[in-house]
Design a protein around this ligand. Structure first.
Ligand code: LRH
Ligand code: MN
Length: 424
């Protein structure tokens, strides 16, 4: 589907230019600092999950709007469309077996024609597949039965093999393993079995691959999860090796958790591997990133920006991915919102006067500390994000372009009203 990416009306150009001038003046940005900031925003590329291109729904209901991608090829096309509009994504995360590539050469060709690569591969032992010999009902990598642990380890190694064929170098490990009732699990033995299984997978990975270990406090287990928090994920990473790190899914925290402090800790320990960005009010709601807690997202990027600018921080490159599901919004509009909100939070974080903040912290001038942060957070950085996008041949307003060019109607006419995407 061809997307029109040029053509800003004169009025829009004038508003955009004055918006840029305002940010430059308000934050005394030299031309060099301004161009560095635009460059930094352009470098922030966020992977889109292959499992979030359809209407997920909840256990209570699902309200698809049609035109959903019916296979991996159409999913890659949809992410390619997002790249053309936003210039904020250049890779796709795959979930196996939902997205097993059939014709590798064709997929490679399609990916490069869309300017995309495969980011991470995700395995799935939270469902039993048709014909699967042994069930994961009572767990997978932590299971008491060695044969089931072996089946799960073998599945992970198979997922790595799929990833190698598509030049991925990242295995994301999320374990649904846990218990629903006190006494069901021996917590220490379940941890040890999981550590042992992860070590086997880590050793089977090529030595230029990275393992990202994702934690989650509950769901689908509702009394305990084997990997409930960053500390457990951190310990398991250390137990595997230097190329295993912690993945922070924003929705995987109990209410009122200070996620930005967890990010600072993991940066400090050099084990922050990546993010699954999404928004949530209560649990793992998988809503639009930054839609519910934009200040928290800003504070997370503030920690990332400070960490990146601090030579004492020895942390690997951080992987940025979205992990969301869509119930009420058009999946592609929701992803455009998330990509926009993520770059907006980063741009605001880059406006923080870190030197002044450091001095105010040294003086314990609490009010000044807060004022310095809020001055950046309250800045209107939309012109900066738009400028970064358009300098990469993206459009002025991706959402407006998506709607004015009737993209969803086009997808429905090609794929039908009833097409259903695999995923959540
Ligand atoms: C678990 C999770 C994990 C994915 C799944 C789709 O809640 O965040 O990252 O495997 O969602
Ligand atoms: Mn996730």
């Amino acid at each position: 589907m061809t997307i029109e990416t040029t053509g800003m009306e004169a009025r829009q150009i004038q508003i955009h230019q004055s918006g840029l001038e305002h940010v430059k003046n308000a934050h005394q940005l030299t031309e060099t600092a301004f161009n560095q900031l635009i460059g930094a925003i352009q470098s922030l590329q966020v992977a889109v999950p292959s499992w979030a291109l359809g209407t997920g729904g909840t256990r209570f209901g699902r309200f698809p709007e049609g035109g959903e991608p019916r296979n991996l090829e159409e999913k890659i096309e949809d992410v390619g469309l997002l790249r053309k509009l936003t210039q904020a994504t250049n890779s796709v995360s795959l979930h196996i077996p939902w997205d097993i590539p059939k014709d590798i050469a064709a997929i490679q060709q399609l990916l490069s024609s869309q300017g995309l690569t495969i980011d991470s591969v995700n395995y799935n032992t939270f469902q039993d597949q048709p014909g699967q010999p042994l069930s994961y009902k009572f767990g997978s990598l932590c299971h008491t039965d060695n044969a089931i642990r072996k089946q799960a380890v073998d599945h992970n190694i198979e997922v790595v093999e799929h990833g190698k064929l598509l030049n991925s170098k990242v295995l994301t490990v999320w374990l649904a393993d846990g218990s629903n009732f006190p006494g069901q699990h021996h917590f220490r033995r379940a941890f040890s079995r999981t550590q042992d299984s992860l070590r086997q997978i880590y050793e089977a990975m090529p030595n230029d691959w990275t393992m990202l270990i994702e934690y989650k406090p509950y769901e689908p287990s509702f009394y305990s999860m084997v990997i409930p928090d960053w500390g457990t994920s951190f310990q398991l990473s250390q137990g595997c090796g230097d190329r295993a790190h912690v993945l922070v899914d924003l929705g995987h925290h109990l209410p009122n958790t200070n996620i930005e402090q967890i990010v600072a800790r993991l940066l400090h320990f050099g084990r922050l591997g990546g993010f699954h960005f999404n928004g949530s009010q209560y649990g793992d709601d998988d809503l639009t990133t930054g839609a519910i807690k934009p200040y928290q997202l800003f504070l997370i990027f503030h920690e990332l920006a400070m960490g990146a600018a601090d030579a004492t921080v020895k942390n690997p490159a951080v992987a940025y991915m979205i992990d969301a599901s869509h119930n009420l919004k058009d999946p592609l509009e929701d992803l455009i919102n998330s990509l926009e909100n993520i770059r907006t939070a980063y741009a605001k974080a880059l406006l923080v006067d870190v030197k002044a903040l450091g001095e105010a912290q040294q003086q314990n001038d609490v009010v000044a500390c807060e004022q310095i942060l809020q001055r950046a957070f309250l800045a209107d950085v939309r012109p900066l994000v738009a400028e970064a996008r358009m300098r990469n041949e993206g459009v002025f307003d991706p959402l407006e372009s998506f709607r004015s060019q009737k993209v969803r109607a086009g997808l429905i006419s090609r794929r039908g009203k009833k097409s259903v995407a695999t995923g959540l």
